[in-house]
Design a protein around this ligand. Sequence first.
Ligand code: FAD
Length: 344
Amino acid sequence: MTAALPHPLTPDVELTDYNTLRFAYRAQYLCEVETLHQLHEILEWGKQNALTWRIFGGGSNLVICQDLPGITLINRLKGRVVLREHDDFVDIEVCGGENWHELVAWTVAQGWWGLENLALIPGSVGAAPVQNIGAYGVEVKDCILAVEVLDTHTMQLCHLSPTDCDFGYRESAFKHQWAGRYIIVKVCFRLSKLPRRVLNYGGLNQRLAENCSQQEIFDTVCQIRSAKLPNPNELANVGSYFKNPIVADHVYRELLNRYPDLVAFPYGQDWKLAAGWLNEKAGWKGKRVGGVGVYSEQALVLVNYQDRHAAGLLSLQQQIEQSVLAQFGVQLEREPILLPGEAE
Ligand SMILES: Cc1cc2nc3c(=O)[nH]c(=O)nc-3n(C[C@H](O)[C@H](O)[C@H](O)COP(=O)(O)OP(=O)(O)OC[C@H]3O[C@@H](n4cnc5c(N)ncnc54)[C@H](O)[C@@H]3O)c2cc1C
């Protein structure tokens, strides 16, 4: 091992407070990074000592299933600035360690439209592009102008366009070809100064008038989410555990014949099936298996009541996948990232 540990790096840290499933694995080294200078210093030290790295924001989209080797960075890069203002729009640049929901609340307070449907999603700004977070008919890619990253191969900062990022449904290049290379340090958003209401998803148009205010949309999204999703500070979870499966039109029609109450949304030529509905129909809603279970209000969410390790949750995942496949012929896919190994 070369030289002394850089100051903010701590060896052998328990990760319970760094992941919202509250699994108690350990990081070989952990560092809460507050400046770009620190980030450079730690990564250089890691290279000299042949250590791998990964970065967390709020740890709200992770299933850690072993102790983590190498360096676990926690993104605490803070700050936001207005880059330019126009009559119709504003461009802002936000550091990756900022809290996502606080950013959304701030943009709503300014009257800048675009992010209000994404209220109350836990986690950091820097993680938002990674899975192209989405809710209530909006995906974050719709407002992203550019993503600023530190390229850990060259140690240079560079800007990536939304096209470069190859955004898809809960997908981006950060989870695939760029995994282990780029650290998102800032995200630039273009927000509208003119109303841009998206109300056609998740029952918003039944609760809100066509000309509702941005604040009403924000408040309604917060209300619905609070009623339906467990607060990770009270009950450990990672939100939706499964992606909504996308199926061809003929598969959708065949399922609709068998289940007239099937919940699905058009997705281009295909259909997106509500994975929560599939799980509920398969009898999983509210079931508890050992220390883990399926949330009583939303069968898409798996919760951890008391386990310190991931075996019970991964077994529950497998049981749900098997039963949904047997009943509907549809393969579910896990949404959160499994560590160590995936997307790094
Ligand atoms: C109650 C609840 C509700 C949720 N609802 C939604 C929802 O409606 N829609 C939705 O899309 N998601 C939802 N999620 C999932 C999660 O909140 C989002 O995916 C969020 O963006 C994760 O942010 P994070 O900072 O916690 O990321 P983490 O879990 O810390 O990291 C997730 C991934 O991103 C990578 N990453 C993190 N920061 C960076 C960075 N700076 N640079 C490069 N890679 C990085 C990590 O390495 C990891 O691979 C929900 C989760 C919970 C617990």
